[in-house]
Design a protein around this ligand. Structure first.
Ligand code: GDP
Ligand code: MG
Length: 425
């Protein structure tokens, strides 16, 4: 029952659509007829013969309808393309804007000016910082002893002896210091911690100044500085620092990599050479150190250098070997510059304590040492070694190393050293 009703309604609907379409078509045909008539009249007025008017009218209508369709299609395509193009253009503009921002458009916000306070430490402050470990170990105990004791008696001297030996002043230097200290306290009837400290400081200074002579490289022709010492004490680093410092003073420096034992040694020296802008003469790993020494001296003379610094391998395993090697180096260099080397600098590592003194004695016997450089004083609480070396070996301490920076190698200044050691924080 319901189905038939629904079907009836569908038929009615379809019927009305068909009627509408028929009416529409009828209307369109009437419209078409009128348009055709209009075109025919127009053609008649234009003088087109009657027999051809119909054909021309159809052709004209066909052409107009085709153009109309083409126009509609073109509009549709344009609508679709335009938004995409717009997006692309916008995006391109954004990209250009983004690319050009840093170069063409400085950021609006003013860069914040940050003033960094670079601590410019004076040489004395650097020295003090470098010796801080020794200072706190030595001075703390010395002050505690001096302020707690009522008299300079045997117990007092025994304790002072222990403090000095612990700080690596060595047996001989400690005895020298104690004797002088005892004598002065008795002579001057000194009392009070502050007075006692002054006496100790003065006696340390007196011992240190016994063997001080800064390295004087001023002479005609290249000054030849031969650097020796066991492996790892800081020879190459010391040479690098010296190369920079002498270059900054306007000296012409040449470095010779006569440590041919390890390739890394020559590389390390080359890095320092590059940094300081100085020539480094080097041969292949394992080649004869004397050959490097010879080439270096020749180069120094040819280039009119002020100073030639020669790095060597630190092999102390055999005294005879070392002596032979050094003799050969001396011989070949002497061919170019008769007095070369003018200085044979032994580098000692302060952190090795009394062992450094043993090394120094061995090198002194095997090779004619003329000066000492003590490195790594910043890394030890046993800075007393710097005092002991000079006093016991009767050799001048030329330089001390108190860090890895370029300025951390200083010509040895006993007064500054003692002030840094004995001045309270
Ligand atoms: N803290 C400190 N380290 C140093 C000093 N001198 C050298 N060194 C370091 O000691 C190490 C060995 O130095 P190097 O020059 O290669 O020794 P070489 O084998 O004798 O040539 C390196 O790591 C250096 O940076 C110094 O005065 N203080
Ligand atoms: Mg080295």
């Amino acid at each position: 029952m319901q189905w038939s009703k629904l079907m009836e309604q569908i038929y009615q609907f379809l019927g009305s659509i068909a009627q509408l379409a028929t009416e529409g078509l009828a209307y369109l045909s009437v419209l078409g007829e009128q348009v055709l008539q209009f075109v025919l009249n127009l053609l008649g007025q234009m003088g087109v013969p009657e027999s051809q008017r119909l054909m021309v009218a159809y052709a004209a209508c066909y052409a107009v309808v085709t153009l109309l369709l083409l126009f509609l299609v073109w509009r549709m395509i344009r609508r679709r393309i335009r938004p995409r193009k717009k997006n692309e253009v916008e995006k391109r503009d954004e990209d250009i804007a983004a690319d050009s921002t840093p170069a063409e458009m400085p950021t609006v916000a003013e860069p914040e000016v940050v003033t960094v306070e670079v601590p410019t430490l004076s040489l004395f402050e650097r020295m003090k910082a470098g010796l801080s470990k020794t200072q706190s170990a030595l001075l703390g105990r010395v002050d505690a002893l001096f302020s707690s004791s009522s008299a300079v008696d045997a117990d007092f001297l025994e304790e002072l002896e222990e403090i000095l030996i612990t700080a690596d002043f060595g047996m001989k230097t400690t005895q020298l210091l104690l004797n002088a200290f005892k004598q002065r306290v008795a002579d001057e009837k000194t009392e009070g911690a502050a007075q006692l400290r002054i006496i100790l400081k003065e006696e340390v200074l007196r011992l240190m100044t016994l063997n001080v002579a800064p390295l004087d490289i001023e002479r005609d022709g290249p000054f030849v500085l031969l650097v020796i010492g066991v492996n790892g004490v800081g020879k190459t680093t010391t040479i690098g620092k010296l190369a920079q410092q002498y270059t900054q003073q306007g000296k012409k420096v040449i470095l010779g990599a006569a440590d041919t034992f390890r390739a890394a040694a020559a590389d390390q020296l080359s890095v320092w050479g590059e940094r300081a802008g100085v020539t480094v003469i080097r041969h292949e790993e394992g080649s004869d150190p004397a050959a490097v020494a010879f080439d270096s001296v020749k180069a120094a003379v040819a280039r009119n250098a002020d100073i030639l610094i020669l790095d060597t391998a630190g092999r102390l395993h055999n005294k005879v070997n070392l002596m032979e090697e050094m003799k050969k180096i001396h011989r070949v260099m002497g061919r170019e510059i008769p007095q070369a080397p003018h200085e044979t600098l032994l580098v000692l590592d302060a952190t090795t304590g009394q062992n450094a003194l043993v090394q120094a004695r061995l090198f002194k016997e095997a090779v004619g040492i003329t000066g000492i450089a003590i490195t790594k004083l910043d890394g030890t609480a046993k800075g007393g070694m710097a005092v002991a070396i000079g006093a016991e070996l009767n050799l001048p301490v030329r330089f001390i190393g108190i860090g890895e920076g370029i300025d951390d190698l200083r010509p040895f200044d006993p007064e500054m050293f003692v002030d840094a050691l004995f001045e309270n924080h």
